[in-house]
Design a binder for this molecule. Sequence first.
Ligand SMILES: Nc1ncnc2c1ncn2[C@@H]1O[C@H](COP(=O)(O)OP(=O)(O)OP(=O)(O)O)[C@@H](O)[C@H]1O
Ligand SMILES: [Mg+2]
Length: 387
Amino acid sequence: MSQSRIAAVDVGNDSVKAIFGELDQEFNIPNITARDIEDRPVIGIEELDQKDPLEGIHIRVHSPALQENNAIYRVGHLASKSTNSTELDPGSGKSQEDQTLIMLFASIALDAAKANKTGSNNVIDANYTLGTGLPLREVKEGKDAGYRSKLLGSVHQVEFLVTPKYQGIKVNIKFDEVKVYPEGFAAYINLVMDHDLKIINKDLIDKRILIQDIGGLSTDIAVIKNRTVDDDKAQGFNLGVSESLENIREEIFSNHGVEVDSRRDVVEIITRNNDRNHIMVKGSRTSVHDITDRILMELAKKQYRLLRNVWQKNSQTEICYFVGGGSNVLKEYIKTLNNNLDGFNIEFFEDDKESIWMMANAYYKLLSEFTKKTEKLKEEKKTVKKS
Ligand SMILES: Nc1ncnc2c1ncn2[C@@H]1O[C@H](COP(=O)(O)OP(=O)(O)OP(=O)(O)O)[C@@H](O)[C@H]1O
Ligand SMILES: [Mg+2]
Protein backbone atom coordinates (compact mmCIF):
# COMPACT_ATOMS: atom_id res chain seq x y z
CA MET A 1 0.00 0.00 0.00
CA SER A 2 1.35 3.40 -0.91
CA GLN A 3 1.93 5.99 1.75
CA SER A 4 -0.79 8.42 2.61
CA ARG A 5 -0.36 11.90 1.16
CA ILE A 6 -1.90 15.02 2.63
CA ALA A 7 -4.61 16.80 0.65
CA ALA A 8 -6.04 20.05 2.02
CA VAL A 9 -8.89 21.11 -0.25
CA ASP A 10 -11.14 24.14 -0.01
CA VAL A 11 -13.99 23.71 -2.47
CA GLY A 12 -15.04 27.36 -2.83
CA ASN A 13 -18.09 28.27 -4.86
CA ASP A 14 -15.88 30.30 -7.12
CA SER A 15 -12.71 28.21 -7.16
CA VAL A 16 -11.08 25.23 -5.54
CA LYS A 17 -7.91 25.82 -3.58
CA ALA A 18 -5.89 22.66 -2.91
CA ILE A 19 -2.56 22.02 -1.18
CA PHE A 20 -0.75 18.66 -1.22
CA GLY A 21 2.05 16.62 0.28
CA GLU A 22 4.82 18.56 1.93
CA LEU A 23 3.37 21.77 0.52
CA ASP A 24 5.01 20.69 -2.74
CA GLN A 25 1.92 21.06 -4.87
CA GLU A 26 -0.98 23.48 -5.07
CA PHE A 27 -3.82 24.14 -7.50
CA ASN A 28 -6.46 26.79 -7.91
CA ILE A 29 -9.18 25.57 -10.27
CA PRO A 30 -12.38 27.45 -11.18
CA ASN A 31 -15.37 25.61 -9.76
CA ILE A 32 -17.11 24.95 -13.04
CA THR A 33 -18.12 21.62 -14.53
CA ALA A 34 -19.86 20.64 -17.74
CA ARG A 35 -21.34 17.24 -18.48
CA ASP A 36 -20.19 15.64 -21.70
CA ILE A 37 -22.50 13.24 -23.45
CA GLU A 38 -19.81 11.89 -25.75
CA ASP A 39 -16.05 11.98 -25.72
CA ARG A 40 -14.91 15.31 -26.99
CA PRO A 41 -12.90 15.23 -30.21
CA VAL A 42 -9.18 14.88 -29.77
CA ILE A 43 -7.26 17.99 -30.63
CA GLY A 44 -3.84 17.20 -32.14
CA ILE A 45 -1.53 15.00 -30.11
CA GLU A 46 1.21 17.66 -30.07
CA GLU A 47 -1.20 20.08 -28.58
CA LEU A 48 -2.12 17.56 -25.89
CA ASP A 49 1.50 17.20 -24.83
CA GLN A 50 2.35 20.85 -24.72
CA LYS A 51 -0.68 22.16 -22.95
CA ASP A 52 -1.08 22.50 -19.23
CA PRO A 53 -3.29 19.70 -17.84
CA LEU A 54 -5.16 22.30 -15.80
CA GLU A 55 -6.35 23.94 -18.99
CA GLY A 56 -7.95 20.76 -20.28
CA ILE A 57 -9.34 18.71 -17.42
CA HIS A 58 -11.58 16.13 -19.07
CA ILE A 59 -12.48 13.17 -16.91
CA ARG A 60 -14.77 10.25 -16.28
CA VAL A 61 -15.51 9.77 -12.60
CA HIS A 62 -16.45 6.48 -11.08
CA SER A 63 -17.57 6.61 -7.47
CA PRO A 64 -20.45 5.23 -5.43
CA ALA A 65 -20.46 8.56 -3.59
CA LEU A 66 -21.87 10.26 -6.68
CA GLN A 67 -25.52 10.52 -7.56
CA GLU A 68 -24.54 10.15 -11.21
CA ASN A 69 -21.87 7.54 -11.47
CA ASN A 70 -19.54 7.15 -14.45
CA ALA A 71 -20.37 10.48 -16.04
CA ILE A 72 -17.91 12.47 -18.15
CA TYR A 73 -17.07 16.05 -17.22
CA ARG A 74 -15.09 18.98 -18.40
CA VAL A 75 -13.73 20.79 -15.39
CA GLY A 76 -12.42 24.28 -14.72
CA HIS A 77 -11.12 26.38 -17.62
CA LEU A 78 -12.21 23.81 -20.17
CA ALA A 79 -15.76 23.78 -18.79
CA SER A 80 -15.97 27.57 -18.84
CA LYS A 81 -15.69 27.37 -22.62
CA SER A 82 -18.71 25.06 -22.96
CA THR A 83 -22.24 26.26 -23.31
CA ASN A 84 -23.75 23.84 -20.79
CA SER A 85 -21.43 24.55 -17.86
CA THR A 86 -22.80 24.78 -14.35
CA GLU A 87 -21.51 26.78 -11.46
CA LEU A 88 -22.65 26.03 -7.94
CA ASP A 89 -25.95 27.45 -6.92
CA PRO A 90 -25.36 29.37 -3.70
CA GLY A 91 -28.60 28.09 -2.19
CA SER A 92 -27.69 24.46 -2.56
CA GLY A 93 -25.70 22.44 -0.07
CA LYS A 94 -22.06 21.79 -0.77
CA SER A 95 -22.23 18.38 0.85
CA GLN A 96 -25.14 17.27 -1.33
CA GLU A 97 -23.83 18.26 -4.74
CA ASP A 98 -22.02 15.96 -7.14
CA GLN A 99 -20.14 19.02 -8.34
CA THR A 100 -18.35 19.36 -5.00
CA LEU A 101 -17.11 15.78 -5.27
CA ILE A 102 -16.16 16.11 -8.93
CA MET A 103 -14.00 19.14 -8.11
CA LEU A 104 -12.50 17.42 -5.09
CA PHE A 105 -11.65 14.23 -6.97
CA ALA A 106 -10.36 16.14 -10.01
CA SER A 107 -7.91 18.19 -7.97
CA ILE A 108 -6.65 15.14 -6.10
CA ALA A 109 -6.30 13.10 -9.29
CA LEU A 110 -4.25 15.91 -10.83
CA ASP A 111 -1.92 15.83 -7.87
CA ALA A 112 -1.64 12.05 -8.04
CA ALA A 113 -0.92 12.11 -11.77
CA LYS A 114 1.74 14.74 -11.27
CA ALA A 115 3.36 13.15 -8.23
CA ASN A 116 3.31 9.50 -9.30
CA LYS A 117 4.77 7.52 -12.10
CA THR A 118 2.19 5.19 -13.58
CA GLY A 119 2.87 1.51 -14.01
CA SER A 120 2.60 -0.10 -17.42
CA ASN A 121 -1.16 -0.33 -17.03
CA ASN A 122 -1.53 3.43 -16.62
CA VAL A 123 -3.20 3.05 -13.23
CA ILE A 124 -2.20 4.97 -10.13
CA ASP A 125 -3.33 3.81 -6.71
CA ALA A 126 -3.23 6.86 -4.50
CA ASN A 127 -3.83 7.08 -0.77
CA TYR A 128 -4.71 10.39 0.80
CA THR A 129 -5.42 11.92 4.16
CA LEU A 130 -7.99 14.57 3.35
CA GLY A 131 -8.81 17.79 5.15
CA THR A 132 -11.70 19.80 3.81
CA GLY A 133 -14.58 21.95 4.96
CA LEU A 134 -18.26 22.61 4.79
CA PRO A 135 -20.16 25.81 5.51
CA LEU A 136 -21.14 26.16 9.14
CA ARG A 137 -24.78 25.82 8.24
CA GLU A 138 -24.26 22.33 6.85
CA VAL A 139 -22.10 21.25 9.77
CA LYS A 140 -24.81 22.50 12.09
CA GLU A 141 -27.31 20.32 10.25
CA GLY A 142 -25.00 17.36 10.82
CA LYS A 143 -24.19 16.93 7.13
CA ASP A 144 -20.48 16.54 7.81
CA ALA A 145 -20.79 12.96 9.08
CA GLY A 146 -22.56 11.71 5.96
CA TYR A 147 -20.16 13.60 3.71
CA ARG A 148 -17.19 12.06 5.49
CA SER A 149 -18.45 8.50 5.35
CA LYS A 150 -19.33 8.88 1.67
CA LEU A 151 -15.70 9.76 1.03
CA LEU A 152 -14.18 7.17 3.33
CA GLY A 153 -16.38 4.29 2.30
CA SER A 154 -15.08 3.52 -1.16
CA VAL A 155 -12.47 3.93 -3.84
CA HIS A 156 -13.08 6.82 -6.21
CA GLN A 157 -11.71 6.57 -9.69
CA VAL A 158 -10.82 9.44 -11.97
CA GLU A 159 -10.02 8.55 -15.54
CA PHE A 160 -8.34 11.24 -17.59
CA LEU A 161 -9.79 11.38 -21.09
CA VAL A 162 -8.66 14.09 -23.47
CA THR A 163 -6.46 15.88 -20.94
CA PRO A 164 -2.99 17.13 -21.90
CA LYS A 165 -0.14 14.97 -20.55
CA TYR A 166 -2.44 12.64 -18.59
CA GLN A 167 -4.69 11.18 -21.27
CA GLY A 168 -5.42 7.53 -20.49
CA ILE A 169 -4.29 7.65 -16.86
CA LYS A 170 -6.63 6.24 -14.23
CA VAL A 171 -6.27 7.32 -10.62
CA ASN A 172 -7.80 5.25 -7.83
CA ILE A 173 -8.25 7.52 -4.86
CA LYS A 174 -8.55 6.01 -1.44
CA PHE A 175 -8.89 8.07 1.71
CA ASP A 176 -7.17 6.77 4.83
CA GLU A 177 -8.68 9.55 6.86
CA VAL A 178 -11.10 12.39 6.16
CA LYS A 179 -11.48 15.47 8.33
CA VAL A 180 -14.35 17.82 7.67
CA TYR A 181 -13.97 21.18 9.39
CA PRO A 182 -16.49 24.00 9.65
CA GLU A 183 -15.28 26.81 7.38
CA GLY A 184 -15.46 29.71 9.81
CA PHE A 185 -13.56 27.84 12.48
CA ALA A 186 -10.81 26.99 10.02
CA ALA A 187 -10.26 30.65 9.25
CA TYR A 188 -9.88 31.34 12.95
CA ILE A 189 -7.33 28.54 13.34
CA ASN A 190 -5.31 29.97 10.50
CA LEU A 191 -5.29 33.37 12.14
CA VAL A 192 -4.06 32.27 15.53
CA MET A 193 -1.83 29.27 14.82
CA ASP A 194 1.25 28.38 12.82
CA HIS A 195 2.05 25.15 10.99
CA ASP A 196 2.78 23.26 14.20
CA LEU A 197 -0.46 24.59 15.65
CA LYS A 198 1.60 26.75 17.97
CA ILE A 199 -0.21 29.89 18.88
CA ILE A 200 1.22 32.77 16.90
CA ASN A 201 -1.30 35.33 17.91
CA LYS A 202 -1.65 35.35 21.68
CA ASP A 203 -3.52 38.63 21.67
CA LEU A 204 -6.17 37.28 19.43
CA ILE A 205 -6.84 33.84 20.79
CA ASP A 206 -9.23 34.79 23.55
CA LYS A 207 -10.84 37.73 21.86
CA ARG A 208 -14.34 37.86 20.56
CA ILE A 209 -13.85 38.13 16.85
CA LEU A 210 -15.80 38.14 13.63
CA ILE A 211 -14.49 36.74 10.39
CA GLN A 212 -16.23 38.06 7.31
CA ASP A 213 -15.40 35.83 4.36
CA ILE A 214 -16.40 37.49 1.09
CA GLY A 215 -16.24 34.88 -1.63
CA GLY A 216 -17.26 34.70 -5.26
CA LEU A 217 -20.89 33.85 -4.65
CA SER A 218 -21.40 34.03 -0.92
CA THR A 219 -20.43 35.83 2.24
CA ASP A 220 -20.08 34.10 5.59
CA ILE A 221 -19.66 35.78 8.91
CA ALA A 222 -18.32 33.59 11.69
CA VAL A 223 -18.61 34.62 15.31
CA ILE A 224 -15.82 33.38 17.58
CA LYS A 225 -16.00 33.36 21.32
CA ASN A 226 -14.17 31.25 23.90
CA ARG A 227 -11.98 29.83 21.15
CA THR A 228 -14.92 28.24 19.39
CA VAL A 229 -17.33 29.17 16.66
CA ASP A 230 -20.67 30.25 17.94
CA ASP A 231 -22.90 28.14 15.70
CA ASP A 232 -26.07 30.01 16.45
CA LYS A 233 -24.62 33.39 15.62
CA ALA A 234 -22.87 32.55 12.38
CA GLN A 235 -24.56 33.81 9.27
CA GLY A 236 -24.34 33.07 5.58
CA PHE A 237 -25.50 35.37 2.81
CA ASN A 238 -25.91 34.75 -0.89
CA LEU A 239 -23.92 37.81 -1.79
CA GLY A 240 -20.46 37.58 -3.34
CA VAL A 241 -18.26 39.59 -5.60
CA SER A 242 -18.70 37.67 -8.86
CA GLU A 243 -21.85 39.48 -9.90
CA SER A 244 -20.25 42.89 -9.46
CA LEU A 245 -17.21 41.82 -11.45
CA GLU A 246 -19.53 40.65 -14.20
CA ASN A 247 -21.36 43.98 -14.14
CA ILE A 248 -18.08 45.85 -14.47
CA ARG A 249 -17.16 43.68 -17.43
CA GLU A 250 -20.47 44.39 -19.13
CA GLU A 251 -20.31 48.10 -18.50
CA ILE A 252 -16.77 48.38 -19.84
CA PHE A 253 -18.02 46.69 -22.97
CA SER A 254 -21.08 48.88 -23.41
CA ASN A 255 -19.24 52.14 -22.64
CA HIS A 256 -15.91 51.49 -24.35
CA GLY A 257 -16.55 48.60 -26.72
CA VAL A 258 -13.74 46.66 -25.09
CA GLU A 259 -14.30 43.03 -24.21
CA VAL A 260 -12.47 42.04 -21.03
CA ASP A 261 -12.04 38.27 -21.21
CA SER A 262 -12.98 37.15 -17.72
CA ARG A 263 -13.84 38.21 -14.19
CA ARG A 264 -10.29 37.34 -13.33
CA ASP A 265 -9.09 39.99 -15.79
CA VAL A 266 -11.45 42.49 -14.18
CA VAL A 267 -9.81 41.72 -10.82
CA GLU A 268 -6.44 42.36 -12.47
CA ILE A 269 -7.59 45.75 -13.72
CA ILE A 270 -8.88 46.89 -10.34
CA THR A 271 -6.07 45.53 -8.16
CA ARG A 272 -2.85 45.91 -10.19
CA ASN A 273 -0.19 48.33 -9.04
CA ASN A 274 0.48 50.04 -12.36
CA ASP A 275 -2.30 51.53 -14.40
CA ARG A 276 -4.95 50.46 -11.96
CA ASN A 277 -8.48 51.11 -13.22
CA HIS A 278 -7.26 51.85 -16.74
CA ILE A 279 -7.67 49.98 -19.99
CA MET A 280 -6.47 50.53 -23.53
CA VAL A 281 -9.16 51.70 -25.94
CA LYS A 282 -8.01 51.74 -29.57
CA GLY A 283 -4.50 52.31 -28.30
CA SER A 284 -5.23 55.11 -25.84
CA ARG A 285 -4.99 54.72 -22.11
CA THR A 286 -8.52 55.18 -20.76
CA SER A 287 -9.85 55.35 -17.22
CA VAL A 288 -12.67 53.04 -16.14
CA HIS A 289 -12.49 54.32 -12.59
CA ASP A 290 -16.00 55.75 -12.68
CA ILE A 291 -17.42 52.32 -13.51
CA THR A 292 -15.41 50.31 -11.00
CA ASP A 293 -15.88 52.86 -8.23
CA ARG A 294 -19.63 52.98 -8.53
CA ILE A 295 -20.21 49.22 -8.77
CA LEU A 296 -17.73 48.24 -6.07
CA MET A 297 -18.88 50.96 -3.68
CA GLU A 298 -22.42 49.66 -4.05
CA LEU A 299 -21.31 46.17 -3.05
CA ALA A 300 -19.09 47.51 -0.27
CA LYS A 301 -22.12 49.25 1.21
CA LYS A 302 -24.08 46.00 1.22
CA GLN A 303 -21.18 44.18 2.83
CA TYR A 304 -20.84 46.93 5.40
CA ARG A 305 -24.52 46.61 6.26
CA LEU A 306 -24.02 42.89 6.90
CA LEU A 307 -21.11 43.67 9.19
CA ARG A 308 -23.11 46.27 11.06
CA ASN A 309 -26.00 43.89 11.63
CA VAL A 310 -23.85 41.07 12.92
CA TRP A 311 -21.81 43.44 15.09
CA GLN A 312 -25.00 44.83 16.59
CA LYS A 313 -26.06 41.34 17.61
CA ASN A 314 -22.58 40.67 19.02
CA SER A 315 -21.84 43.96 20.63
CA GLN A 316 -18.83 42.75 22.61
CA THR A 317 -16.90 41.90 19.47
CA GLU A 318 -13.35 43.25 19.54
CA ILE A 319 -12.21 42.91 15.95
CA CYS A 320 -13.44 41.77 12.54
CA TYR A 321 -11.14 40.20 9.96
CA PHE A 322 -12.02 40.38 6.29
CA VAL A 323 -10.94 37.34 4.28
CA GLY A 324 -11.76 35.78 0.90
CA GLY A 325 -11.15 37.08 -2.60
CA GLY A 326 -13.94 39.62 -2.33
CA SER A 327 -12.18 41.32 0.56
CA ASN A 328 -9.18 42.03 -1.66
CA VAL A 329 -11.36 43.74 -4.19
CA LEU A 330 -13.42 45.74 -1.68
CA LYS A 331 -10.67 46.57 0.82
CA GLU A 332 -10.31 50.29 0.11
CA TYR A 333 -14.05 50.87 -0.24
CA ILE A 334 -14.95 49.18 3.02
CA LYS A 335 -12.14 51.04 4.81
CA THR A 336 -13.41 54.37 3.48
CA LEU A 337 -16.98 53.60 4.53
CA ASN A 338 -15.83 52.53 7.96
CA ASN A 339 -13.80 55.71 8.45
CA ASN A 340 -16.81 57.83 7.58
CA LEU A 341 -19.36 55.76 9.47
CA ASP A 342 -19.04 53.50 12.52
CA GLY A 343 -15.29 53.20 12.88
CA PHE A 344 -15.33 49.49 13.76
CA ASN A 345 -12.05 47.80 14.55
CA ILE A 346 -11.54 45.96 11.25
CA GLU A 347 -8.54 44.33 9.62
CA PHE A 348 -7.62 43.21 6.10
CA PHE A 349 -4.74 41.13 4.81
CA GLU A 350 -2.00 42.91 2.95
CA ASP A 351 -1.22 39.83 0.91
CA ASP A 352 -4.06 39.00 -1.50
CA LYS A 353 -3.02 35.39 -1.67
CA GLU A 354 -3.24 34.97 2.06
CA SER A 355 -6.89 35.91 2.24
CA ILE A 356 -7.85 33.66 -0.69
CA TRP A 357 -5.92 30.63 0.57
CA MET A 358 -7.02 31.09 4.17
CA MET A 359 -9.21 27.97 4.34
CA ALA A 360 -6.90 25.65 2.45
CA ASN A 361 -4.00 26.78 4.66
CA ALA A 362 -6.05 26.12 7.76
CA TYR A 363 -7.04 22.61 6.65
CA TYR A 364 -3.40 21.93 5.91
CA LYS A 365 -2.30 23.07 9.35
CA LEU A 366 -4.99 21.07 11.12
CA LEU A 367 -4.18 17.98 9.06
CA SER A 368 -0.43 18.03 9.46
CA GLU A 369 -0.87 18.36 13.20
CA PHE A 370 -3.31 15.44 13.14
CA THR A 371 -0.97 13.18 11.14
CA LYS A 372 1.96 14.07 13.39
CA LYS A 373 -0.08 13.06 16.40
CA THR A 374 -1.19 9.74 14.93
CA GLU A 375 2.36 8.93 13.86
CA LYS A 376 3.58 9.65 17.34
CA LEU A 377 0.90 7.37 18.75
CA LYS A 378 1.98 4.58 16.39
CA GLU A 379 5.60 5.01 17.44
CA GLU A 380 4.63 4.82 21.09
CA LYS A 381 2.62 1.67 20.51
CA LYS A 382 5.62 0.11 18.79
CA THR A 383 7.91 0.88 21.72
CA VAL A 384 5.39 -0.44 24.19
CA LYS A 385 5.22 -3.73 22.26
CA LYS A 386 9.00 -4.02 22.18
CA SER A 387 9.56 -3.37 25.87
N1 LIG B 1 -5.84 37.96 -6.16
C1 LIG B 1 -6.94 37.33 -6.57
N2 LIG B 1 -6.85 36.16 -7.19
C2 LIG B 1 -7.96 35.51 -7.60
N3 LIG B 1 -9.19 35.94 -7.41
C3 LIG B 1 -9.37 37.10 -6.80
C4 LIG B 1 -8.25 37.85 -6.34
N4 LIG B 1 -8.71 38.92 -5.72
C5 LIG B 1 -10.04 38.87 -5.82
N5 LIG B 1 -10.46 37.78 -6.48
C6 LIG B 1 -11.88 37.47 -6.76
O1 LIG B 1 -12.46 36.93 -5.58
C7 LIG B 1 -13.43 35.96 -5.89
C8 LIG B 1 -13.10 34.60 -5.32
O2 LIG B 1 -12.97 34.65 -3.98
P1 LIG B 1 -12.78 33.29 -3.18
O3 LIG B 1 -11.75 32.43 -3.80
O4 LIG B 1 -12.59 33.74 -1.79
O5 LIG B 1 -14.22 32.64 -3.41
P2 LIG B 1 -14.70 31.16 -3.10
O6 LIG B 1 -14.21 30.77 -1.77
O7 LIG B 1 -14.32 30.27 -4.21
O8 LIG B 1 -16.25 31.35 -3.13
P3 LIG B 1 -17.31 31.23 -1.92
O9 LIG B 1 -16.67 31.81 -0.70
O10 LIG B 1 -18.48 32.00 -2.44
O11 LIG B 1 -17.57 29.79 -1.77
C9 LIG B 1 -13.45 35.81 -7.38
O12 LIG B 1 -14.57 36.49 -7.89
C10 LIG B 1 -12.15 36.42 -7.81
O13 LIG B 1 -12.27 36.97 -9.08
MG1 LIG C 1 -14.54 30.75 0.20
